[in-house]
Design a protein. Structure first.
Length: 370
């Protein structure tokens, strides 16, 4: 039975069973270490509540989001035994909300540490946290110098229950990159200064760098959602997303006819064009203009002309007419054209394709937890 896009122009199918299977694959690869999950940015655009619930059903007990607001949205929908970590830490003045909503900050600066420690003092109770170090990415966490300052100040961590020490890898998808070993060495050296704390280094790609990178807790995101974790290698993850756009109409073009804004494509021969109800407002990036492809009944149809806000145009001259009815669905992201392949054509990475997925799609979850 073919699903249709209903009142929307496109159907986005998200396979929660595939996410669970990907989680199992990573957890098995981790051997003894725990597998958490990054569910920031609405679980990379796939829906934070259904995705989190699927992961929790598979045994995940550690969820990572970027903002406090994201943590508050998830908290009521997962069991209290699931820890929710806010990677940006507390916005200044919002520390008490972490207690109210039972979520845990990642402390990235001396200032965040001081605020969390004074709240612990005021509450007269120890407060949990993750402490993040910068080991070479220069984005988040305490610098080496700040760590030395912290170690010199014996009161600095008073009242803070440091559950995990954490750092983030800059180049993990490139297994041969020398930065991986450099960051590993820096992280190990820092860890030696804080005995008794757990440690977390690996994102998706980091898990594939080997057991030395696993420590106590991993934080994969992209691989759970089907993005290839290792550049230049076969993707071991199951595809999670299928995007199908609906044909609105087709037309026959005489040779030399232009298509779309600025007429950036002209037919060289008699051509059939299908207009599909997905555009850059849906996250079908404008950089795919004259570069993207769709598949219709397995036949590749090149995207011709510029991507519009609400539509794209395909050269469907090679596609049998029976598949070109109004309402027929064409595959935009599928086994034939994965998230990573779409990203390569758009000049970006799979992460951006996923997190750009539009709000107008009809969403259908399959493989749901029952
Ligand atoms: C986003 C993020 C992750 C997850 O990364 P993936 O590459 O998607 O696996 C882990 N840790 C931090 C600090 C992040 O920002």
């Amino acid at each position: 039975m073919q699903q249709d896009a209903g009142r929307a122009g496109a159907l986005l199918t998200i396979d929660l069973g595939a996410i669970r299977s990907n989680y199992r694959l990573l957890q098995n690869k981790l051997d003894g270490a725990l597998c958490g999950a990054a569910v920031k940015a609405d679980a990379y655009g796939l829906g934070v509540l259904p995705v989190s619930q699927a992961l929790v059903a598979e045994g995940c007990r550690h969820l990572f989001v970027a903002h406090l607001e994201e943590a508050i949205a998830v908290r009521p929908h997962v069991p209290e035994t699931v820890a929710i970590y806010v990677m940006h830490g507390a916005p200044r003045g919002y520390e008490p909300e972490f207690i109210e909503h039972r979520c845990i900050p990642v402390l990235n600066s001396r200032e965040q540490i001081a605020a969390w420690s004074s709240l612990a003092a005021a509450r007269q109770s120890a407060l949990p946290a993750i402490m993040q170090f910068d080991t070479g990415m220069s984005r988040m966490g305490l610098s080496g110098q700040e760590v030395q300052g912290l170690l010199a100040d014996t009161d600095a961590l008073r009242g803070i229950d440091v559950r995990y020490l954490m750092s983030h890898l800059a180049c993990a998808e490139d297994q041969a990159h020398p930065m991986n070993q450099k960051q590993l060495a820096a992280f190990k050296a820092l860890r030696a200064q804080f005995p008794g704390c757990g440690a977390s280094l690996a994102n998706s790609s980091g898990i594939f760098l080997g057991a030395e990178f696993h420590f106590d807790l991993a934080r994969p995101g992209a691989a759970l959602y089907g993005v290839a974790p290792v550049a230049g290698a076969a993707n071991p993850m199951q595809a999670v997303v299928r995007l199908q756009g609906a044909i609105i109409q087709t037309r026959e073009l005489a040779p030399g006819t232009g298509v779309g804004y600025s007429l950036t494509w002209q037919s060289a021969q008699p051509s059939r064009i299908a207009t599909v109800a997905v555009g850059y407002a849906d996250g079908w990036l404008r950089s795919l203009s004259n570069r993207g492809v769709a598949h219709i009944a397995g036949v590749e149809a090149p995207m011709v002309g510029n991507v519009s806000m609400d539509t794209i145009t395909l050269d469907v001259s090679q596609v049998p007419l029976e598949h070109l009815q109004a309402g027929s669905l064409v595959d935009l992201i599928s086994a034939n054209n994965t998230v990573d392949q779409v990203a390569a054509r758009a000049g970006t990475i799979g992460y951006e394709i996923l997190t750009s997925l539009g709000a107008r799609y009809q969403r259908r979850y399959v493989g749901e937890v029952t």
